[in-house]
Design a protein around this ligand. Sequence first.
Ligand code: PRX
Length: 584
Amino acid sequence: MDYPVIAKPDISQLKAHPNLDDYAGARATFQWDSIREELDGLPGGGLNLAYEAVDRHLKTARRTKTAMIWEGKNGEEERYTFEQMAGQSNRFANVLAGLGIQKGDRVFIFAERFPELYFAVFGTLKRGAVIGPLFSAFGPDPVKDRLEDSGAKVLITTPDLRERVKDILPQLPELKHIIIMNKNGRFKDALKPGDLSFEDLMAKASDQFQIEATQETDYSIMHYTSGTTGKPKGAVHCHRAVLGHYATGKWALDLQDQDIYWCTADPGWVTGTSYGISAPWTNGATQLIYEGGFSANRWYSLIDKYKVTVWYTAPTAIRLLMKAGEAAVKRHDVSSLRHICSVGEPLNPEAVVWGTRVFDQAIHDNWWQTETGHILVANYPAMDVRPGSMGRPIPGVEVAIVNVETGAILPPGTDGDLAVKPPWPGMFQMYWRNEAMYNSKFKNGWYITGDRAHMDADGYFWFVGRTDDVINTAGHLVGPFEVESALIEHPAVAEAGVIGKPDPIAMEVVKAFVSLKDGYEPSEPLRQELMRFARQKLAAAVAPREIDFLPSLPKTRSGKIMRRLLKARELGLPEGDTSTLEDD
Ligand code: PRX
């Protein structure tokens, strides 16, 4: 079904004049140097994300403005001004310097969303080290893979999460320091022998720090992202990405000085750093950070209580809100919202239309990836919204549908590979220690995103699907290999094949097929045990939601498990080309 276009609003009727009021003009004339001029650069030369997000505001009236409003799981509230953020992050930079952490060293953080996480991120960047935030729901395997691959020297975590991953910590020879955060003394006996106390170190550190003179191409943040083969890869970004965060924070999120902004993503994923840290604070907005997870009622009451104006969330959350019903919204006053955006998975056109009914405005979908570092395609506040479309490319970047073999741009209306012309400010600089994989993403002068899409005659992009086996569950990419590797560690499992099974809420859920070793029989208790085993090793979000037993898995003659065939059989679809299928 085709959904009618939601006509652009009359700008004079909007609560704030949009940042990008002339899209065509900006596309025609925009130069990234103009963004360099709007930012400050380090006083002695160079560029540092933490300086642009925090310290540069200290020269202005924003010095005493609230940068962060934090609401804890139990309803606690804390507020920090830009000046306080600067002082606290300086302290943490001094802590790292005192531990001998050098420019370029990797510092990882595995913690819930509380203010100290943000101080640590900025402190690490000020020291010139590379910050690697980890999703707090991860189990031991994903944490070990990431710390090991990155050669992290420091892990900042909390007593409960340390306990969860304690067995892997002695297996990491490059890890030199474990810093434990004990937020408001929540835990008794927080420290294990050899641990350092975040609170003690911070209390002793100076709140003055000379920021490392990082250059645009120095590394800043790394996020691990899943591919089809092998373990997740560390996509490394550099300080220059701040230009893209800042600009798209204006264009797509329409951030302005008076905004109370809320991004529901966790900093363990790229949305939670680019748009949960960099974009809002470089734009000087006040940001709400909520420690807890999804709850329709709690979320609406947060919007009401803090008068959130700009909200950045995800399709799975929106589908859950739709399920909670319109009555749930009506119990709260959400009229402060003036701009709503979504990312991470296809946003159903029904959800966009639902937004116009319950929030009196369209939900603005946008598209990007860990590798792109920031939004590249978006529906902008002063533009017609086509429900189901991801929108149009940002000024200053060329996005196209190409034939991956030739690099030729395909005509409108044709499905093809979604590709980006390098470079752009947020472009990932490498996959950590995996140059071959990095190079394989660039072909015929294009960065190939791994997504299929088409563009319509007016330049709007429409998502079609992925070109690989990567699973998108609730906006989190899951590599089937990671899940298969965990499952085959169980003594009963001979082989495992993992697919994404369509799901009305999470878009896809992880489904595994396993064959058993001789001497083991399929049974319900064994299925339950395998589910528990995988959840304990991975994370609830990554572990399979369903497991089926098969006598053997379909494989190619070279022995590769044919996930495509498993998926086709699961969905009752045609099996396609099975000519390389192994003879049974
Ligand atoms: O497949 C696309 C999907 O999510 C992938 C990127 O995931 P990740 O690297 O984890 O970054 C998440 C933060 C943006 C894309 O390759 N995706 C992202 N946005 C959309 C989307 N699929 C459809 N529509 C979107 N708006």
